[in-house]
Design a protein around this ligand. Structure first.
Ligand code: ZN
Length: 367
């Protein structure tokens, strides 16, 4: 059958004369055809048409079911072929998202009976969570929760409530121009495993309970599965912290001063939750008792242990707190917000802030 087809094509090209049209390779997978069919299947809400683009093997069927189930819960889903590479680019949005998410996926495809079929997906770097398995997408006015199907209903409910609470906390904090481009919504992902979490956000899972990551301009908050059952108000404070990162889009501009980015998030969380404030106060007291008053503003303690990281976050909160005391809430939050977003700091102002910070820590050391 194949041999006859090749023979026929060869004969056609020979007959076409000295300037034959380039003939498509009958064996080369046609990823453009697959992309077009998948896009129209999603638009037509036809699971059958969607599945017809996948091999009928166990892997192919499972992949088709998972992708259809997940993608049909998103908006504006489309596929395009990345020419000549066997890759597909998938675009999708959640309600209210101004910039769609986009991912390039490497696929194993083959032409079977003249039709290109997806056999499997190949490994891709930092894949979206819907690629790991089935997810449940819940949309509310305040945002979207994307939960792995392994997450229990009660846990999903708890995080959806925290999502709503965090939107209110950030709005009530009145962060001014720092959050002017925020749409007032949060996208929160609850992955199934620690390795999935690590792949999604690229941070050490032993030292982070949640992280905010920049996904093509949109910030997603991802919760470490180890913190899924965190009690409130700890869970609420965690979400409020990450919500500040989302609202200021700080993960999308990593050039900001570390203490300003983390201090602002920590300060908003501790203003809203007194238990977070008490915990940070204890961390600061303990730090000063052991290390004295630091010579510089807090910096990213990336390679250090869990306690050092917790202390650095609490100390950053102190810096924001002293700025608020000295400059007034509005001006202080405006300045910290700018520094968090990467505005180069004025050396004189920084020296002044360091002085306030050291004086505050001296007071704590004596108390
Ligand atoms: Zn943070």
């Amino acid at each position: 059958m194949l041999r006859a087809l090749l023979g026929a094509i060869l004969a056609v090209s020979l007959l076409a004369g000295c300037t034959p049209e380039p003939t498509p390779d009958p064996l080369e997978p046609d990823s453009a055809q697959v992309a077009e069919s998948l896009t129209s299947a999603i638009r037509l809400k036809s699971e059958q048409q969607f599945a017809a683009n996948f091999a009928t093997s166990t892997v192919g069927v499972a992949l088709a079911e998972q992708w259809y189930s997940n993608l049909s819960q998103f908006e504006d889903v489309s596929f395009t072929a990345v020419s000549g590479s066997g890759q597909l680019q998938v675009t999708w949005s959640v309600p209210g998202q101004s910039t769609p998410s986009r991912e390039t996926l490497s696929m194993q495809m083959a032409k079977v009976g003249g039709r290109t079929l997806i056999l499997d997906r190949l490994a891709s770097s930092s894949p979206p969570s819907w690629l790991f398995g089935r997810v449940t997408v819940t949309n509310v006015d305040e945002g979207t929760l994307i939960a792995a199907e392994t997450v229990s209903e009660s846990e999903s409910k708890a995080w959806l409530k925290r999502l709503k609470d965090a939107v209110k906390v950030v709005k009530d904090a009145k962060l001014g121009s720092t959050v002017e481009s925020w749409d007032g919504r949060l996208v929160v992902e609850l992955p199934r495993t620690t390795s999935e979490y690590t792949e999604l956000v690229d941070v050490d899972p032993t030292t982070s309970s949640a992280a905010a990551e920049c996904e093509s301009g949109a910030v997603h908050i991802v919760v470490n599965p180890a913190s899924l059952s965190a009690p409130d108000p700890e869970g609420q404070a965690l979400m409020a912290h990450e919500a500040v990162h989302a609202a200021t889009a700080s993960p999308c501009s990593k050039s900001g001063a570390w203490w300003a980015t983390e201090g602002l998030a920590e300060w908003v969380a501790q203003e809203a939750y007194s238990s977070a404030a008490a915990q940070n106060e204890a961390l600061v007291k303990n730090y000063v008792a052991h290390h004295g008053v630091p010579a510089a503003l807090p910096a990213d303690p990336a390679a250090e242990d869990r306690d050092a990281i917790a202390a650095a976050y609490a100390l950053s909160g102190v810096v924001v707190d002293v700025c608020v005391d000295e400059m007034g809430r509005k001006d202080a939050l405006e300045l910290v917000g700018k520094l968090a977003k990467g505005t180069a700091p004025d050396a004189e102002k920084l020296a002044e802030i360091l002085g306030w910070y050291q004086a505050a820590l001296q007071k704590i050391a004596k108390s």
